[in-house]
Design a protein around this ligand. Structure first.
Ligand code: C2E
Ligand code: MG
Ligand code: MG
Length: 698
C-alpha cells in the first residue's frame, strides 16, 4: 500500500528539502495549519504528517488538537518539527499525540531514517489490521453459514445472568426455533426436555467448575410450538476474556430424523410386533438393570405358557391363532399395574414381572386371577397351559438372566405336563431345581463320554436274556444301556435316555451302544453261539437322524457283524409322528436281514390297520399287560387276544417283565413266542451273560 505524507511547514525551502528527501513516497504539502487541515480533510489516506509547530494562521499545536478531536484522523502518525531550543514544545507535541519530533535545522539523513522507521511500523500495523479483518470476516462467514447451530455465551458470573453476551447463528435458530431473545429470556434449561436435563446440568456444572473442558450428548429441545427437536450437542469451554470468565460455545446438529428411525428400531426390537407387548429381549435387559437396583424388594416372574396353539394353527389357520394371542394379550394387560408388568417372551408365552408383593399368598391369588381370566377367555377354544412362578431371591440376582428365564420356563412347562387341567400353577422350587441340576449333570457326563474325555463316568451295557417259550432255551438278549457316575452312582436309563434324547446326545451315545452290542455279538460268535440275537433299543431321535441307516450299515460292515444276529427295538409311539417315513426305514433294515420289534407294544396308539401295515417281525408286549396277568381274572383275556391278533397279522410276540411262573404259564398256554423277565434273570454284565448262556447250553 503506498504511503502518503503531508508536509505542513511555512518555510518553502524546508518543504522542498523534505519533499526531495522522501521522493519514494507520495508527498503533499501545506504552508500553514489551516491549509494542512484542508488537505487532510480533502485527501483521504494520509498516513504521516510532518508538522511544523511554528506556523501562521494555525500553529502545529492547534492542528494536533483538531486532529485529536476527530476520530477519522486517529490513525495519522504525526511527527513535529521544532527548533533546537524548544524542548517544551517537543514535550507538548508528544502529549498532544505526536509520535516523534525532528529538530530544525533539519538533518536530512536523520529525517529520512526516522520517516523510514515510522513507515515500517505503519506497514506492520496495516498488515496486522488486514489479517485481523480477514480473520473476523472468515469467522463471521463460518458462524453465519455453518450448517450446524452455534451459540456462544460470555458470562461474567454464574449467579447473575444480566452480564451475559449471547451470540447465536441462523442454523441454531432454524434447528431449535429459538431466537436469541428467547434464549436470553428463558435460558437453555427451560428449553431442554425434562428427561435430558439432569445429564445436561451435571455436565454443564462440571464444565463451569473447570473439571471438564467439553462434553457432548444427545438431547431434546422444546421448540416454541411445543414440538421436540433431537440434537447432537457439543459444549466446550472458551478462554476468559476480560471480565467474562464463564464462556462457552455450544454446537448443535439436528438428528431428529436419525433419532426417529432409532426410536422406531428400538421399539421394534423391544416389542412384539403383533401385540405391542415388550418382548423377551426387553425383559432380559429389564432384569439385568433390575438386578443392579432393586436389591431388597420382593420380586417374582410369572410365566403363562399356552399349550395346543400349534395344533390350533394347523387346524384353524394362522389368523385364527393370531387373533387368540391378541385377545390373550388384551385380557392379560388388564391385570397390569405399577408393580405388575407384562411381557411376551414368545408367540405363546407371556411373563408378568411382579414386584413389591406382600407374600406368597398374594402371588397365588394373582396366579388364580390369571387362570380365571384365561379359562373364561378360552372356554370354547380348549386351550390350556401352565403358569410357572419363580420368586427371585437375593442370590438369584447373581444368576445369569438366561438361567433365570430357563427356570421360569421349566416351572411353566412342568405345570402343563404335571396336571391335565386347564391352567395349573407351579412354583419353581428346590425339587425342580434338583431335577434341573441333575439333568445338567447327566448332560455333562454324557457329553464327556461322547467326546471320550477322561472321567470316571462310564457307559456300559447289560444283557437281559430272552427265552424261546417253545424250546425253553435262551434265544437272545436285550442290550440295556447303563450309566455309572462317580458322583451319583448308577443312573437308570429311564432317567438318562430322555435327557440324552432332549439334548440330542442320544445320537453319539446310541452309536456307542450299537458298537458295544456288536462287539458282544461278535464275542458270542467266537464262542460258537451263532443263533443268539441281540436286541438294541433305538430311540426315535436316532432313527430320524438323517444318516442313521448309512451309519448303521457302515458299522455292520466295519465290524463284520452278521445281520441275522441283530434285532432293533423301537417304541410304538414312534409311529405316531411320521408313520410312512419310519415304516420305510425299518423296511430297509428288515430287508437287509435284521430283526425288528415294536417295544412296549400296547402303550402307544397304533390302530389295528396300522399294526397290520408295520414292516416288523415281532411285537414286544408291554410289561403292564404282563403285570395284569397276576390279577385273578381281569384283563387276562386281553393279553391272550394281543398274542393271537399279532400272530394273525404275521408278527411273533415277546412278553417283557415276566416275573412269576404263573405269568409264564399263561403266556405259554396262549402261544406267546418268547419271554423276557426277572423270572429267568435280571439284566447281566457281559461276563455274567456269557456264563448264563453257557450254563443253559450245558
Ligand atoms: P425297555 O426297552 O422296555 O427295556 C425293558 C426294561 O424293563 C429294562 O429296564 C429291563 O430291565 C426291565 N425289565 C425287564 N424284565 C423285567 C422284569 O421282570 N421286572 C422288572 N421290574 N423290570 C424288567 P431298564 O434297563 O431300566 O431300561 C428301561 C428303558 O430304558 C428301556 O425300556 C428302554 O426304553 C430304555 N433303554 C435302555 N437302554 C437303552 C438304549 O441303549 N437305547 C435306548 N434308546 N433306550 C434304552
Ligand atoms: Mg427294549
Ligand atoms: Mg419294553
Amino acid at each position: 500500500m503506498p504511503i502518503k505524507i503531508l508536509i505542513a511547514d511555512d518555510s518553502a525551502s524546508d518543504r522542498m528539502i523534505i519533499k526531495s528527501m522522501l521522493s519514494e513516497y507520495t508527498i503533499l504539502t501545506a504552508c500553514d495549519g489551516m491549509e494542512a487541515m484542508q488537505v487532510l480533510e480533502r485527501d483521504e489516506g494520509i498516513n504521516i504528517l510532518i508538522l511544523d509547530i511554528n506556523m501562521p494562521n494555525m500553529n502545529g499545536f492547534q492542528v494536533l488538537e483538531s486532529l485529536n478531536n476527530d476520530e477519522g484522523f486517529r490513525k495519522i502518525r504525526t511527527i513535529v518539527l521544532t527548533n533546537q531550543d524548544e524542548l517544551d514544545n517537543e514535550i507538548r507535541g508528544l502529549e498532544l499525540g505526536a509520535v516523534d519530533y525532528i529538530r530544525k535545522p533539519i538533518h536530512m539523513a536523520s529525517l529520512k531514517a526516522r520517516i523510514d522507521v515510522h513507515v515500517a511500523l505503519l506497514r506492520a500495523e496495516q498488515a496486522l489490521e488486514q489479517q485481523l479483518d480477514e480473520q473476523t470476516l472468515t469467522f463471521d462467514m463460518v458462524f453465519e453459514q455453518a450448517p450446524i447451530g452455534i451459540a456462544i455465551t460470555y458470562r461474567s458470573d454464574s449467579e447473575n445472568s444480566t452480564n451475559t453476551i449471547i451470540r447465536i447463528n441462523k442454523a441454531y435458530e432454524q434447528i431449535t426455533g429459538i431466537t436469541k431473545e428467547d434464549l436470553i429470556e428463558s435460558g437453555w434449561v427451560k428449553l431442554t426436555h425434562l428427561d435430558d436435563l439432569e445429564e445436561d446440568m451435571n455436565n454443564f456444572t462440571k464444565l463451569q467448575a473447570g473439571e471438564i473442558n467439553s462434553y457432548s450428548m444427545e438431547k431434546r429441545y422444546i421448540k416454541p410450538d411445543g414440538s421436540l427437536v433431537w440434537v447432537h450437542m457439543v459444549v466446550a469451554a472458551l478462554a476468559p476474556i476480560r471480565k467474562y470468565k464463564l464462556n462457552h460455545i455450544c454446537l448443535i446438529q439436528d438428528i431428529t430424523e436419525r433419532k426417529q428411525i432409532e426410536i422406531e428400531r428400538k421399539y421394534l426390537s423391544e416389542h412384539d410386533r403383533w401385540t405391542g407387548l415388550y418382548n423377551r429381549e426387553y425383559l432380559e435387559d429389564f432384569l439385568a438393570k433390575d438386578a443392579k437396583h432393586k436389591l431388597w424388594s420382593k420380586r417374582a416372574l410369572i410365566s403363562i405358557n399356552l399349550s395346543s396353539i400349534q395344533s390350533l394353527t394347523a387346524n384353524y389357520g394362522f389368523i385364527y391363532t393370531q387373533g387368540l394371542i391378541k385377545r390373550t394379550s388384551q385380557v392379560l394387560m388388564q391385570l397390569c399395574s405399577n408393580n405388575r408388568l407384562l411381557f411376551q417372551t414368545h408367540e405363546s408365552r407371556f411373563v408378568f414381572y411382579f414386584s413389591d408383593y406382600r407374600d406368597k399368598k398374594e402371588l397365588i391369588e394373582f396366579c388364580d386371577a390369571i387362570a380365571d381370566t384365561l379359562e373364561s377367555l378360552f372356554a370354547t377354544d380348549r386351550i390350556g397351559g401352565g403358569i410357572g412362578v419363580l420368586e427371585i431371591d437375593q442370590d438369584q440376582n447373581k444368576l445369569e438372566i438366561d438361567i433365570l428365564l430357563r427356570r421360569l420356563l421349566i416351572a411353566s412347562e412342568r405345570s402343563i405336563s404335571m396336571f391335565g387341567k386347564y391352567f395349573e400353577i407351579c412354583f419353581y422350587d428346590e425339587i425342580l431345581e434338583d431335577i434341573v441340576s441333575r439333568e445338567r449333570f447327566i448332560i455333562e457326563a454324557l457329553t464327556a463320554i461322547t467326546t471320550d474325555t477322561n472321567t470316571n463316568d462310564e457307559l456300559f451295557l447289560q444283557y437281559h436274556p430272552i427265552m424261546n417259550l417253545e424250546t425253553g432255551t435262551i434265544c437272545g438278549f436285550e442290550a440295556l444301556a447303563r450309566l455309572n457316575t462317580n458322583k451319583h452312582g448308577l443312573i437308570s436309563p429311564v432317567e438318562f435316555i430322555p435327557v440324552a434324547e432332549k439334548s440330542k446326545l442320544i445320537i453319539p451315545i446310541g452309536e456307542k451302544v450299537i458298537v458295544k452290542a456288536f462287539n458282544f455279538i461278535n464275542k458270542l460268535m467266537e464262542l460258537g453261539y451263532n443263533d443268539i440275537v441281540v436286541s438294541i433299543n433305538i430311540s426315535p431321535i436316532q432313527l430320524l437322524s438323517p444318516n442313521f441307516t448309512d451309519r448303521l450299515f457302515e458299522l455292520i460292515d466295519q465290524m463284520q457283524v452278521n445281520l441275522r444276529n441283530i434285532s432293533i427295538e423301537i417304541t410304538e409311539s414312534v409311529f405316531a409322528s411320521d408313520y410312512e417315513y419310519i415304516n420305510n426305514i425299518i423296511e430297509v433294515l428288515r430287508d437287509a436281514g435284521m430283526h425288528i420289534s415294536i417295544d412296549d407294544f400296547g402303550t402307544g396308539y397304533s390302530s389295528l390297520s396300522r399294526v397290520k401295515e408295520l414292516k416288523v417281525d415281532s411285537l414286544k408286549i408291554d410289561k403292564s399287560f404282563i403285570d395284569n396277568l397276576l390279577d385273578p381274572d381281569q384283563n387276562k383275556a386281553i393279553t391272550g387276544d394281543i398274542i393271537s391278533m399279532a400272530h394273525k397279522l404275521g408278527h411273533s410276540t415277546i412278553a417283557e417283565g415276566v416275573e412269576y411262573e404263573e405269568q409264564k404259564e399263561y403266556l405259554k398256554k396262549h402261544g406267546c413266542d418268547k419271554i423276557q423277565g426277572y423270572l429267568m434273570s435280571k439284566p447281566l454284565d457281559e461276563k455274567d451273560a456269557i456264563e448264563f448262556l453257557q450254563k443253559c447250553y450245558k
